[in-house]
Design a protein around this ligand. Structure first.
Ligand code: GLY
Ligand code: MN
Ligand code: MN
Length: 435
């Protein structure tokens, strides 16, 4: 993402905020893994979306129309001793020259400088409840300003949820964002293809996880957007199974849900296939049902349709299919009305996708399912998960299947970012046997 794109986003936000406003936005805190070891640092998505600034301990302040500086970045000072251990810091010079800040101050000066900026504004855009440390300081700054009331300082009158505004912006992806997402999906698709070709009975779930991570990392995507879900047999019925600790057994299916992150944008792909490379007839019947549901859902991803349309399409196909297979009993319309399919299909058909795997953006506006529009990106991921219950035909028990792809909404219809990765049972079998 270029500096121009970050600047354009800040401009868009400033237009939404209007005059006499201030936005305050911290990056994510460093997360401790154990004792003196931290997790690899990942900036907060909202913060990074506006700043492109990758360092921890930073706060962005945006004041539209402020004469001295509209965009002020508080960040760490240069420190040769610390930089020797942990790498270079941008410092105040770098914040302005490389990251487009109009002005920059050391993060340690926040308590001195920010209250004076706050007291000159009427409206504060801030995501309360996301950063307890900054919430506390914010309330101290505001109390301090109120205490000066008799001296004629009025301070802010209105608090506005900044996250709501930013998430509306983030919901609509630019061409360069879609390009990065397509690249992430392409790297993940290649990793899935590689995992399919490695898969053998007797391998373990964690070994396939390692193949996926290795393939993505070698292509430059060091981080996964979420922990891979690698579930053989009944483990596939645990929706967010990440233990990945069992052996893959002959005759069972494997559900593999993994997607890498590229330049802080996620991909999210699931494939389900036979561990030994050949579907049994009951596995194939259920698989084809999920595939038909996914095709029906993807065809509904177009501008003007509602967010709920792909889900309704998938629910219709799955309910009818489960009746045909004798897993559900009754009339399709009433089974849909009673949501009887939820015993076997308990999640939604997708979610927004972007900098976060379950990306931001409201799914409903004014009580109505959101209308899909160009630039939105979502996953389409129907599934069927059959528990081990006596009243279900034995051949179908303990099977979990999900097929998940990443789709952008365009005026020409659905643009499947993860296309090219086999989905048809025949193609999957051919791919696995060619290995
Ligand atoms: N990987 C989690 C999901 O598919 O939503
Ligand atoms: Mn997903
Ligand atoms: Mn997924």
């Amino acid at each position: 993402m270029t500096g121009t794109e970050f600047k354009r986003r800040r401009r868009q936000l400033m237009r939404m905020m209007g005059a006499d406003s201030i936005a305050i936005l911290p990056s994510a805190p460093i997360a401790r893994r154990n004792r003196d070891v931290d997790y690899p640092y990942r900036p907060d998505s909202d913060f990074y979306y506006l700043t492109g600034f990758p360092e921890p301990e930073a706060v962005a302040v945006i004041i539209p129309g402020r004469r001295q500086a509209e965009y002020v970045l508080f960040c760490r000072e240069r420190d040769p001793e610390k930089e020797l251990w942990d790498g270079a810091r941008a410092g105040q010079g770098g914040a302005c020259e490389r990251y487009g800040a109009d002005d920059s101050f050391p993060i340690g000066d926040l308590d001195d400088i920010l209250p004076r900026m706050l007291e000159q504004c009427e409206r504060v855009f801030y995501a309360m409840g996301c950063n307890p440390d900054l919430d506390k300081r914010m309330s101290e700054w505001i109390s301090g300003i109120r205490a000066k009331g008799r001296a004629g300082v009025q301070g802010p009158m209105e608090f506005v949820a900044l996250d709501h505004y930013l998430h509306e912006l983030r919901l609509y992806k630019s061409r360069s964002e879609i390009k990065v997402m397509r690249n992430a999906a392409r790297i993940s698709a290649r990793a899935h293809k590689h995992a399919m070709q490695c898969c053998r009975p007797g391998m373990t779930e964690w070994q396939l996880e390692a193949e996926i991570v290795h393939s993505c990392a070698t292509a430059g995507a060091r981080h996964q957007a979420y922990p891979p879900i690698v579930g053989g047999g009944a483990n596939a019925c645990v929706l967010h199974y990440i233990e990945n600790r069992d052996e893959l057994r002959n005759g069972e299916l494997l559900l593999l849900d993994a997607g890498c992150e590229v330049d802080y944008y996620a991909s999210d792909i699931t494939r389900t296939y036979p561990v030994n490379g050949r579907f049994t007839p009951p596995q194939q019947a259920l698989y084809e049902l999920v595939l038909r549901a996914q095709e029906a859902a993807i065809s509904k991803v177009r501008p003007g349709n509602h967010w709920n349309h792909p889900h309704l399409a998938a629910v219709r196909v799955i309910t009818k299919g489960l009746v045909d297979l004798g897993i559900l009993k009754g009339r399709v319309p009433s089974l849909i009305k009673k949501e009887s399919y939820k015993r076997f299909y308990m999640h939604r058909t997708g979610h927004w996708l972007g900098m976060d795997v379950h990306d931001v953006g409201e799914y409903e506006v004014d009580g109505h399912s959101r209308v899909l529009d160009r630039g939105m990106a979502l996953t389409v991921e129907p599934g069927i998960y059959i528990p081990n219950k006596r009243n279900i035909p034995k051949a179908f028990r303990n099977i979990g299947i999900r097929i998940e792809d990443d789709v952008a909404v365009t005026s020409k219809g659905p643009d499947v970012l993860s296309k090219g990765l086999a989905r048809d049972p025949d193609k999957i079998e051919a791919l696995m046997q060619s290995a």
